[in-house]
Design a binder for this molecule. Structure first.
Ligand code: NAP
Length: 297
C-alpha cells in the first residue's frame, strides 16, 4: 500500500520503520527533516512538504499534541487540502476528543476518510511492533487498515464507529497510568524513608499482587530514579491529563485524582523538569518526604 507517515518522533520512528519492513511504500515527513534520514536508510522516501506525504491511499499522523495535528491537518497545503478523495487519514497521536471530532467532520466534508488509532506502548514497543492499537471509525474505513495496524502492533481493539471514542479510551488509559505512577511514587517514598530498599520493594509488589506491565515498567524507573532519557515526557503527561479533564468536564464526570495529577505534572513543568520521563513524578514524592540529597536537613 502507498502510505504517508507524518511525525518521526520517538514513537513515529518505530511505527514508520515497521510499515516499511512490512513491505509498504512509505513516504515520510517530519518538521525537522534530519529525523527522516534513518527511515530513508530503511527504504522510505522523504517528503519535503506535508502535501507530498499525502499522495497515497493512507496517511498516518503521529505528532506531539493538538496544536501540531491542527497545523499539519488544517494549514494551507495540509492534509485536508492535500489528501485525495476516499484516501484515509489515520490519526495515532494522543489528541483531544474535540479535535478528533473536528477532523472527522473536516475529512467527511472533503470526501476523505478518517480513523482514530491511538496506541498504548512506549517507544521500545513501537520499535518492536508491539503496540496495542485502539481503533475507531466506520467499518469500511477500518477494514483496509487491518494489515497496517498488524504491522505496527501486537493487537488491535476496535472500540467504536465514532473515531473520537478511541481518543477517549486512550486518554482514560493514560490517566490510569499516571495514577499508578503517582501512587507507586508515594508508596516507594514511604517505605524508602524507613530504610527499605526501593528495588526490593518494587520486586515484592511486581512479583505478587501488582504484576501488570504498568507497575513493572514504572516501578523499575521509580526504584532506579531513572527519568532520562524520557520514553514519555512529563509535559506530554500534563497534556494528556488536561485532555482527560476536558473530556470529563464535557461529559460531567468528576475526576478528582486527575485534578491532583494535573497539578503534580504542572509542578514538574514549572520547575524545568517537563522534559524528564513522566515517572519523574517520583521526584515530587521523594522531595515531599525529604528524601532528596539537596533537601534542607
Ligand atoms: P516526540 O518524540 O516528542 O515527537 C513529536 C513529534 O511531533 C515530532 O515528529 C515533532 O517534530 C512533531 N511536532 C511537534 N510539534 C509540531 C508542530 N507544531 N508541527 C509539526 N510537527 C510537530 O513525541 P512521541 O513520544 O513520539 O509522541 C507522539 C504522540 O504519541 C503524542 O501524542 C504522544 O502523546 C503519543 N504517545 C506517546 C507514547 C510514548 O511513550 N512516547 C506512547 C503512546 C502515545 P520535530 O521532530 O520537528 O520536533
Amino acid at each position: 500500500m502507498d502510505i504517508g507517515f507524518i511525525g518521526l518522533g520517538k514513537m513515529g520512528q518505530g511505527m514508520a520503520t515497521n510499515l516499511v519492513q512490512a513491505g509498504h511504500r512509505v513516504t515520510v515527513y517530519n518538521r525537522s527533516p534530519e529525523k527522516a534520514e534513518p527511515l530513508v536508510q530503511a527504504g522510505a522516501t522523504a517528503a519535503h512538504t506535508v502535501a507530498d506525504a499525502c499522495r497515497g491511499e493512507v496517511v498516518f499522523t503521529m505528532l506531539a499534541d493538538d496544536r501540531a495535528v491542527e497545523g499539519v491537518a488544517f494549514d494551507d497545503g495540509g492534509i485536508v487540502a492535500s489528501l485525495a478523495p476516499d484516501a484515509t487519514h489515520v490519526s495515532s497521536s494522543t489528541i483531544s476528543v474535540a479535535l478528533s471530532e473536528r477532523l472527522t467532520a473536516a475529512h467527511g466534508e472533503a470526501g476523505q476518510r478518517y480513523a482514530a488509532a491511538p496506541v498504548f506502548g512506549r517507544p521500545e514497543a513501537a520499535a518492536a511492533a508491539k503496540l496495542f492499537v485502539v481503533a475507531a471509525g466506520e467499518p469500511q474505513v477500518l477494514q483496509p487498515l487491518t494489515p497496517l495496524f498488524d504491522a505496527i502492533g501486537q493487537r488491535t481493539f476496535v472500540v467504536s464507529e465514532e473515531p473520537h471514542t478511541a481518543n477517549l479510551v486512550k486518554l482514560s488509559g493514560n490517566f490510569l497510568i499516571a495514577s499508578v505512577i503517582e501512587s507507586l511514587s508515594e508508596a516507594v517514598a514511604l517505605v524508602a524513608k524507613a530504610g527499605v530498599d526501593r528495588q526490593q520493594y518494587v520486586d515484592i509488589l511486581t512479583s505478587t499482587l501488582f504484576s501488570a506491565p504498568a507497575y513493572q515498567t514504572y516501578g523499575g524507573l521509580i526504584a532506579r530514579r531513572q527519568f532520562e532519557p524520557a520514553g514519555f515526557a512529563a509535559q506530554l503527561g500534563l497534556k494528556d491529563v488536561r485532555l482527560a479533564l476536558a473530556a470529563a468536564e464535557q461529559l460531567e464526570v468528576p475526576m478528582p485524582v486527575a485534578s491532583l495529577l494535573r497539578d503534580r505534572f504542572l509542578t514538574l513543568v514549572a520547575t524545568g523538569a517537563g522534559h524528564l520521563d513522566w515517572s519523574a513524578l517520583a521526584t515530587l514524592a521523594d522531595r515531599d518526604a525529604g528524601l532528596l540529597s539537596d533537601d534542607p536537613a
